[in-house]
Design a protein around this ligand. Structure first.
Ligand SMILES: [Mg+2]
Length: 201
């Protein structure tokens, strides 16, 4: 039987250990291209786009400005990071479950297509899932969405339609799962999503 809900998973800080890649980019940009972390950070605002209360970063645009071609940077950085693990352990467990049950799942990421796709490409476990990059706030992305969806993110998404259940992943939360007064679900571990999905079977 076809599941009645599509799962949307955020990338940065939901599945993907973003702080780890950011640290490694500092080191790799200096080693490969001679770009000092202080210089990159100083210039970064020019490559940062604000959307609502969020920013996204056009990292490869910045590298191009320093004379590092996008294709080369993608290739060399992927090589530099090959074999490193950027998945949260609970994300790995959830992805294994989703794969086993062939659950309809989309990685939905707010940000620059090239940078987000680069991060996604570092995680072999994500390669069977489609990725959608949006430059709009997710509340806007889902506006008018009539399909039943479960949307997991480390940020609360304002303005979700009734067909979409928002789930906040907060790994600092001590309760396994609870519902806030506004109907938003908060989980402390991504494997909780499995039981949420089972309710739709
Ligand atoms: Mg996120």
């Amino acid at each position: 039987m076809q599941p009645k809900v599509t799962l949307y998973l955020d990338l940065d800080r939901t599945l993907f250990i973003t702080d780890r890649v950011n640290e490694l980019l500092d080191e790799a940009c200096e080693r490969l291209y001679g770009i000092l972390p202080t210089k990159r950070r100083q210039d970064q605002p020019a490559y940062s786009t604000r959307v609502g209360d969020q920013h996204f970063y056009r990292f490869f645009d910045q590298l191009e400005q320093y004379g590092v071609a996008r294709d080369r940077a993608v290739r060399e950085l992927r090589q530099a990071f090959a074999g490193l693990d950027f998945l949260y352990p609970d994300a790995r467990k959830l992805l294994a479950y989703l794969s086993l049950h062939q659950w309809p799942t989309v990685v939905l990421s707010l940000g620059d297509q090239d940078f987000q796709t680069f991060k996604y490409s570092l995680v072999p476990e994500l390669q069977r899932l489609p990725i959608i990059c949006t430059e709009a706030l997710k509340g806007e992305y889902f506006r008018g969405h009539t399909e039943t969806a479960l949307i997991v993110d480390d940020r609360k998404i304002a303005g979700l339609p009734e067909t979409c259940q928002g789930v906040l992943i907060d790994r600092t939360e001590h309760k396994l799962m609870h519902r806030q007064t506004d109907g938003y679900l908060v989980i402390s571990d991504l494997t909780r999503v499995e039981e949420l999905l089972r309710a739709y079977e």
